[in-house]
Design a protein around this ligand. Structure first.
Ligand code: PMP
Length: 282
């Protein structure tokens, strides 16, 4: 484990954040989580693009150019010696006495990063997980990866209290995504997922399934809204996220998904995704 704060490496958990940091008071900031595999960042350019997009939307100035950000990620991998793990990066708007409106010119963003190893056996997720469904109670711009995750936190906690891996969220009857992941459904061999609009986070794993893994596996894909009834009649369901990759859902609200086993399309896509991860991607 290695921790970085505003230009230097510090002890993990070091007390260096100002009480007036807007990240602390308002959750006024953005973040990214990038997978480290075989000693390299996986799909770094995708995460970097999403981070800068989040910052543009939030009106947080970019102080670190892309080359330096990439170099910092590489240095953290090298110095920590971690080959299989993830890097968390958080940028908040900066420090000033608490007041809702911000003055961009006066603020210096705060940057916090760490690299940690993945200790759990992720391959177990391939056996499939249980999920519960919950209403999607978030705001209308969840395409921005902000630190404000209250509805996600509450949903994930409800799910874990019921011994589920996570929650599948529904907004006005439409399946949007998971509490910490995107959601795909398979029906009659065709893959479905919610369009990448402002009602879901455009997950990098989702994007790689759509643009690379599904086409390579010869699986047709439709990005369109689907409702609860469609989910209940789906042959297969899965979550996608950076850490777990493609995670089959075999039970939703105690009902088996399809025949209750990990389906063939999900398995094929999992194989394809693992291959891509092993090959690496800039
Ligand atoms: N949706 C939400 C709400 C998330 O928090 C995440 C990330 N954990 C994802 C989707 C998946 O995004 P990614 O594939 O980039 O990890």
């Amino acid at each position: 484990e290695l921790t970085y704060f505003n230009g230097e490496f510090v002890e993990p958990g070091a007390k260096c954040v100002s009480l007036d940091d807007r990240g602390y008071c308002f959750g006024d900031g953005v973040y990214e989580v990038t997978r480290v595999f075989n000693g390299r960042c996986f799909a770094f350019s995708y995460h970097q693009d999403r981070l800068y997009r989040s910052m543009r939307f939030m009106d947080i100035p970019v102080k670190m150019p892309p080359e330096d950000l990439q170099e910092l990620h590489e240095i953290m991998i090298e110095q920590s010696g971690i080959t299989d793990g993830y890097i968390y990066l958080q940028i908040t708007r900066g420090v000033e006495p608490r007041h809702h409106a911000y003055d961009r010119a006066k603020l210096e963003p705060t940057m916090y990063m760490y690299i940690r190893p993945i200790k759990e056996d992720l391959s177990k997720l391939g056996d499939g997980v249980k999920a519960i469904s919950l209403p999607d109670e978030r705001w209308h711009h969840v395409d921005i990866k902000t630190l404000n995750l209250i509805p996600n936190i509450l949903a994930q906690t409800k799910a874990e209290k019921k011994f589920a891996y996570s929650a599948v969220l529904f907004r006005d009857g439409i399946c949007t995504e998971g509490a910490t992941s995107n959601v795909f459904a398979v029906k009659d061999g065709i893959l479905y997922t919610h369009p990448a609009d402002e009602l879901i986070l455009k997950g990098i794993t989702r994007q790689l399934v759509v643009t690379r893994v599904a086409p390579t596996a010869g699986v047709s894909l439709i990005e369109k809204e689907f409702d609860r009834e469609f989910v209940d009649n789906a042959d297969e369901l899965f979550f996608t996220d950076t850490i777990g990759g493609i995670i089959p859902i075999i039970k939703l609200d105690r009902q088996p998904v399809g025949n209750g086993n990990v389906g063939p399309v999900t398995m094929k896509l999992r194989d394809g995704y693992e291959k891509l991860l092993a090959e690496g991607l800039a």
